[in-house]
Write a protein that binds this ligand. Sequence first.
Ligand code: F6P
Length: 259
Amino acid sequence: SVMGEIMGISDLEIKLRDKLGINYVVISKKVNESKDMITDGVAKSAAKYILKNLNPHDKIAIAGGTTMRQVAYNLKSDKAYEVDYSNLIVMPTRGSVGSDIEIQANSIAASFAKNLGAQVEFLYVPDELDGSARETLMSIPDVKRTLDHLRVSDKVIFSIGRADVMAKRRGMSYEDIEKLKAKGAIGEAFGYYFDKNGEIVMKLNTVGIDIDMYKNAKDSIVVFAGSDKVDSFLALYKLNKNLTLITDEDSAKEILNKL
Ligand code: F6P
């Protein structure tokens, strides 16, 4: 495209950052067309950025999903071994979801921490619990401590999803999927489904980071690959501009075109 020819990646990063009004943008240069390669490139850029910006005493909250799994996996590097991260704490942004253990935030927090030699705190509280069961679990000292740490986390690292994709992945009922559609849900993050204006239209009953904690987070980093998530991002970023975006080149250009 014309834009790609006249603009280098770092120009594009700055332009996108300024237009979005967020803190920082990292764009993974396009080298290959396949979806897996794009995700891998973005995850590697994210891992590099994270390693550069971690402080040895940080409390890090990390979400679930395939993107975050790749980010955690790519934290293996010389830098990770040079620094003593034994006082850094990694936590999942929320309790477990569904049955796919590989992409649950707890598992990803564990591999993230393992690659750094950091500590991990888990949140083993299932989603979709009702009132009293939820209250009881949340009063367990370990769970309380993790929730307190989440509230003061130094970095919140997460991805976003398309509302329809996430509803399907979570096995949402037909009625709820119809409700979601009717409400114009477009994106999802932290168990919240939002519409194109960033208004929350539905939420999961989860334990972990809630939308106020996200809005008040000291530093948040959203990582996504694939332009099918651009509209979700354009809705999400309105919630909190205290944000770093890490994405692929095509998505970055599409965001610019849509702004
Ligand atoms: O289910 C956890 C979660 O972080 C969601 O909040 C998000 O929409 C999704 O995973 C992203 O998953 P993926 O990286 O696989 O697209």
